[in-house]
Design a protein around this ligand. Sequence first.
Ligand code: HEM
Length: 246
Amino acid sequence: MALIQDFGADCARAINAINASSSSEVSNASHATIFSELLEGDLPANEKSVPRLIQEAHIITAAGTETTAWCLSVIMFHLLDKPHLLQKLRRELEEAIPDISVEAPWLTLEKLPYLSACIQEGLRLSYGTPTCMDAYSIHHNESIYPSSYEFKPERWLDNPRLDKYLVSFTKGTRQCAGINLAYAELYIALANVLRRYGGPGSPGPDGNFELYETDEGDVKMVSDNFIPFVKGDTKGVRVLVKKSPV
Ligand code: HEM
């Protein structure tokens, strides 16, 4: 609770700082921010009050952090649990990013077929936030996704139209507002981490991950409590990081 209150106070400070800056400072900033856009826009004054904007900050932070982090955990678990898939992905990344000191842009990464397939499969098995369209039932409909409980990135390569049935972000007017940011984060994080670090049978230049006291039960949804919940006594997806010999 104290953490939430501290976070609210931090948000209030940041919003007051934006409020205190002149409108030319806000519009001349190097890039727009969500709050500069809200404050500069034509919303009625009561929609721009600090308490209202703090709530907005809470929603965006909650919607944009745990979701993407959970999807990354699910993907990492499955790749480390199934070394042949990790090897395939790391081969694609080594070819696409020959020099690890040069950061590959998202535009390059999103064209990589196997990385994309791993991300789609991770989104499918992390379900998103099942508040309206029921992602769980669709993502486990066996006529759409045979062996639906298995992490099989290949299904996305075999059927390029499958994304029609991926509803992690829901669809339509209430679709996730952060979908493009989420995809950018997933591609950039996975590609950069797995280009540098490997796993069983696929050593990376900076070190290797090994699952630590983690199994499928730590990523398998057992209940829908507004967001997907795994078993109560899970300690999360944990890995040992073993450095490569210098
Ligand atoms: C893997 C990552 C993510 C998943 C699976 C996801 C999923 C979802 C889903 C299913 C909804 C619709 C909820 C409803 O039915 O009303 C939603 C809404 C929303 N998401 Fe995401 N999200 C992700 C990442 C993000 C990120 C990175 C941001 C931005 C920082 C974000 C911001 C939002 C916001 C603001 C809404 C409310 C949109 C509205 O009601 O107009 N999300 N998200």
